[in-house]
Design a protein. Structure first.
Length: 143
């Protein structure tokens, strides 16, 4: 096995981490899905939350692989959060631990991770942008 894949951390999974990045880097049309006006990416992940999403998916995948009951999932999530496992330079380790703990306690686990990493505001439509531009122009003319 390559040393690149060798990892002592039981919550580490390089493949899941990198696969998680595909979800926010891949456009729907690339894999043959219909492009909708408001949804062009496979998953809508906040740009600043990309690494948080990948680390959360990675840790939670390991929790799911090692636990067979909801109680075991919660226990493993608590174990994950008890130790700082990732560099604070890339993400907030406490936030990742919190996301993993929330996912372990929820029924809709995947949606918890997605929701915590989603954009906080919806993208504006062309109509909204046009209205804002007209309003700004009108306001500038009144001055």
């Amino acid at each position: 096995m390559s040393p690149y894949f060798a990892e002592d951390d039981p919550f580490a999974d390089f493949v899941v981490h990198e696969a998680a990045h595909i979800f926010h880097n891949c456009k729907r049309c690339t894999i043959g899905l219909r492009v909708m006006r408001t949804k062009q990416w496979l998953l809508d992940i906040e740009y600043r939350q990309r690494e948080t999403f990948a680390y959360s998916r990675e840790a939670y995948a390991r929790v799911l692989a090692c636990a067979t009951t909801p109680a075991e999932r919660r226990e493993l999530a608590a174990e994950y959060g008890a130790e700082v496992r990732i560099s604070a330079d890339r993400v907030d380790p406490a936030e990742v631990a919190s996301i993993v703990a929330d996912a372990a306690s929820a029924r809709n686990r995947w949606k918890v991770i997605l929701g915590r990493c989603a954009p906080t505001t919806k993208p504006r439509t062309a109509r909204q942008l046009a209205r804002e531009a007209l309003a700004a122009r009108d306001q500038a003319e009144r001055r």
